[in-house]
Write a protein that binds this ligand. Structure first.
Ligand SMILES: Cc1ncc(COP(=O)(O)O)c(C=O)c1O
Length: 425
């Protein structure tokens, strides 16, 4: 079973706390995260890099891509483990600072950085901007000049490599909106060198999420030495390489990336370039740590199918609808009951509000609890208020104790921000 999760006396527990107790105390649907699982994932990446790198080499900066799960408690925990941070918005910058990250441990990416976001990042002194286009470079130079604070930048190279596990999460193909082609990179680097308020220091890349074709990493990395050489031959300084995230996790029965092999590629291809190495793991650090705890609202038996209608819906977890993503589903109790085939669906008025079709699960009844697994990444942070449903609660479990890190959103919280003009009252 997933690290952090175990069956005790017939009931699923997370880090020593019964999921039944969590449901009683905080209701459902609720996201629950295991601290032990997050720590073991962090240690796995950091450990693989340590094993591969010579003792005297500087270890990569592990910048947690907090778009995966940006609760400030999760950020604080990852900071306590030694992580730095990758952000994609001013909101994530604020969360990172609230979680106690040193600004110099924060890198900013994203194709549409706003003026306000750029200004805030400059004022607090982040480590670097990962630039995605020449207009963005020009804007950062302008803002840096206006406020009198220079910007350190790297250019996001679009390596023309298809890596992501689903076409909607592949980011490194020529047709994707991310990064700059190799040809434009040289021009951009020269432009930046000629600018007064930006200092170009290197290159970043991120080929996609859930990268199962692990050779894609190698293919992308192998493009870097020649590019770095070309830049240096043209008189430019290249002191940083940010090699992105994309480490896959298990949702079903996938073969995982061999982290030791990955670390050896970084050692063999990137380390000789004598640069600061930055990595941006997101999903890998938190994905398997989380479950969405839910209760069966109804069992609906029809002539052709049996539906488990649960109280979680696509507004709580959009991944199955958005990416046709598979998530394991398990009963919390009565785990030895006979199997039955169900379609597991939420209550929202969309056929797409379906978590699984024809899934063999232990037989369940109205009121039973179940978990939707591997929902620690791109779960809560992608939730919405569709159908005027309040956002779920979030619970962080560590050392046999559950901590509420986000209360359930009430319906009043949603409705009370609507403004009815006087003439309609
Ligand atoms: C620039 C960048 N870095 C890192 C990540 C994190 O990816 P993952 O969660 O697959 O590790 C993303 C995901 O979209 C990204 O766009």
């Amino acid at each position: 079973m997933t690290i952090g999760y175990e069956e005790i006396n017939g009931c699923l527990h997370v880090d020593g706390v019964s999921l039944k107790k969590i449901a009683q105390d905080y209701g459902t649907p609720t996201y629950v995260y295991s601290a032990a699982n997050i720590k073991s994932q962090y240690d796995a990446i950091a450990g693989a890099m340590k094993r591969a790198f010579p003792e005297d080499a500087k270890q990569p900066k592990l910048c947690y891509a907090c778009k995966a799960n940006s609760n400030v408690a999760i950020l604080s925990y990852l900071r306590s483990l030694g992580a730095a941070l990758e952000i994609v918005s001013e909101g994530e910058l604020k969360r990172g600072l609230k979680a106690g990250f040193n600004a110099n441990d924060i890198v900013s990416t994203g194709v549409g950085k706003t003026d306000s976001e750029i200004t805030s990042c400059l004022k607090v002194g982040i480590h670097q901007f990962n630039i995605e286009s020449i207009p963005e470079l020009e804007n950062i130079n302008k803002i840096a000049g206006e406020i009198g604070i220079g910007a350190t930048v790297v250019f996001r190279l679009n390596p023309s490599v298809s890596g992501g596990g689903h076409h909607k999460i592949s980011t490194g193909r020529t047709r994707d909106k991310f990064g700059i082609s190799e040809e434009s990179l040289y021009e951009a680097y020269q432009m930046a060198s000629d600018m007064e308020h930006v200092t170009p220091v290197g290159i970043s890349m991120h080929i996609g999420s859930q990268v199962f074709t692990v050779e894609s990493f190698k293919t992308a990395f192998e493009k870097l030495p020649a590019i770095v050489k070309n830049l240096r031959d043209s008189g430019h300084s290249v002191t940083r390489l940010d090699i992105g995230g994309g480490f896959p996790i298990v949702y079903k029965d996938e073969d995982l990336l061999d982290l030791d092999r990955y670390a050896e590629w970084v050692r063999d291809i990137i380390l000789p370039l004598d640069v600061e190495i930055i990595m941006e793991p997101g999903r890998y650090l938190v994905g398997n740590a989380g479950v969405l705890l839910t209760r069966v609202a109804y069992v609906k038996e029809t002539s052709t199918r049996d539906f488990l209608v649960i109280d979680a819906a696509m507004n709580d977890l959009i991944r199955p609808t958005l990416y046709e993503a598979y998530h394991g589903i398990e009963a919390v109790e009565n785990r030895d009951a006979p199997k039955k085939t169900y379609d597991v669906v939420g209550p929202i008025c969309e056929t797409g509000d379906t978590f699984s079709t024809d899934r063999d699960l232990t037989q369940m009844a109205r009121g039973d609890l179940a978990i939707i697994q591997s929902t620690g990444a791109y779960g809560y942070c992608m939730a919405s208020n569709y159908n005027t449903r309040g956002l779920p609660a979030e619970i962080f479990v560590m050392d046999d104790k559950a901590h509420e890190i986000k209360p359930r959103q009430s319906v009043e919280d949603i409705i009370n921000t609507d403004i009815v003009p006087d003439f309609l009252k």
